[in-house]
Structures are given as structure tokens and as C-alpha cells.
Design a protein around this ligand. Structure first.
Ligand code: TMP
Length: 210
């Protein structure tokens, strides 16, 4: 749901879902196929949005309120949409975005408990003009992802939020995948890298990108 002629694809999942590895494989594959694609991430993707990212993820900002956090993610997003994503889609490019509004629904609406409506409302600028054509949800529970990582719990302010928080994020993603089953594609992220990527490619194929 956007006015561009390009395809807008977003990647979602819990921490340690292997999303970043798949993103790298996807970038290399699209380049090899000669597809004109733009890659971006959230929070971030533009100079202003990357500055907002560093405020959000800074471990020093432990007292940040849940509402301020949600608004900062929304601010980063609308800048990325207006400055980068929509212009690229309008010029017919494929846009691949590492996380988008579903992250705000899973993390802020469900896990932080701010509710779907609040997150919808503060993201309306982005949602109204720019929704993904397809969202790939890398489905692995936080427990499995944690095990795979070797159990090391280090990272930024959100990564350090604890297992219960990440379990709620995962439940949030599962609810979203049911609610938006026409847009969100579940990718079994417990499989091998090659099997996961084959599934990613099959879905891009289905959409007609490659
Ligand atoms: P990343 O580690 O995938 O770059 O994402 C940064 C962190 O921000 C990650 O823990 C997920 C979190 N996040 C939210 O809580 N809400 C959002 O809207 C987005 C985009 C990310």
C-alpha cells in the first residue's frame, strides 16, 4: 500500500533471528541479478534517523519512558519514509528495509504494553502512505535464538531487556503474523542458512521481483 511502482519488502524478527545474515545474502543476490535495490534499516537509514537511533539504543538512557521510546522510533521512521523509502519506490526501485512498523507493534505495542492503537496512531504518517508489499518474519523463539548465540547476553539497551521481554516480543510477532497473514510471510528461521535463503528467494519469486 504505497504509490510507488517498486516493491517494498521488510524483514522482521526477534534478536538473533539471523535476519542480518539473510539481509546480506539477499543484497548480494539482488546485485548479482541486476535488480536496482535500495537497502535501509530502522531505526536509522538516514542521517537524522541514525542520530535518533543512537539516542534510542544508548545504554546510558535507561530512564527513557516507553512512550518517548515509541515516539522516537516513529520519528526515525517517518524521516526514513519521506527522505529515502518513498522516493526510491516512486522511481521504481525495490526497497529492502531491516525492520519497520511491525517492530514497533511487536516491541512497543505488545511487549512494552503501549497497545496497538497508540502505536498505530503515532505511526499513521508512515502507515498511511507506505506499507510493505511483503514482510518476511524470521520465526525463531528467543529461547532458541539465545541458545544458538551461545547464551551471551550483551548488547544495546533493547537487547539487554531480558528474556521475558523478548518472549513477549515473539508473542507479538505471532499475533501480527495471524492478523496480517496476507502480507506477513513466516520463514522458519531454525533451519540452516541455505534453507532459509531458499525460502526467502522463493517468496521474492512469488512476488515477481526475481
Ligand atoms: P536492530 O538490532 O535489528 O538494528 O534493531 C534495533 C533494536 O530496536 C532491536 O532491539 C529492535 C528494536 N526496535 C523496536 O523496539 N521498535 C522498532 O520500531 C524498531 C524499528 C526496532
Amino acid at each position: 500500500m504505497h504509490k510507488g511502482s517498486g516493491y517494498f519488502i521488510t524483514l522482521e524478527g526477534c534478536e538473533g533471528s539471523g535476519k542480518s545474515t539473510q539481509l546480506k545474502m539477499l543484497c548480494a543476490y539482488l546485485e548479482e541479478k541486476g535488480i536496482d535495490a535500495v537497502y535501509t534499516r530502522e531505526p536509522g537509514g538516514t542521517v537524522i534517523s541514525e542520530k535518533i537511533r543512537s539516542i534510542i539504543l544508548d545504554n546510558e538512557n535507561k530512564i527513557m519512558s516507553d512512550e518517548a521510546e515509541a515516539l522516537l522510533y516513529a520519528a526515525s521512521r517517518i524521516q526514513n519514509v519521506k527522505e529515502k523509502i518513498l522516493p526510491a519506490l516512486e522511481s521504481g526501485k525495490t526497497v529492502i528495509c531491516d525492520r519497520y512498523v511491525d517492530s514497533s507493534f511487536a516491541y512497543q505495542a505488545y511487549a512494552r504494553g503501549l497497545g496497538y492503537d497508540f502505536i498505530y496512531n503515532i505511526n499513521e504518517f508512515a502507515i498511511k502512505t507506505c506499507m510493505p508489499d511483503m514482510t518476511l518474519f524470521f520465526d525463531i523463539s528467543p529461547e532458541r535464538a539465545f541458545e544458538r548465540k551461545g547464551g551471551v547476553d550483551t548488547g544495546d539497551r533493547i537487547e539487554l531487556s531480558g528474556l521475558d521481554f523478548h518472549k513477549s516480543v515473539y508473542n507479538g510477532y505471532n499475533k501480527l503474523a495471524e492478523k496480517f497473514s496476507d502480507r506477513i510471510v513466516r520463514i522458519d528461521a531454525t533451519k540452516s542458512k541455505a534453507e532459509i535463503f531458499a525460502n526467502v528467494k522463493a517468496n521474492l519469486n512469488r512476488l515477481g521481483i526475481v
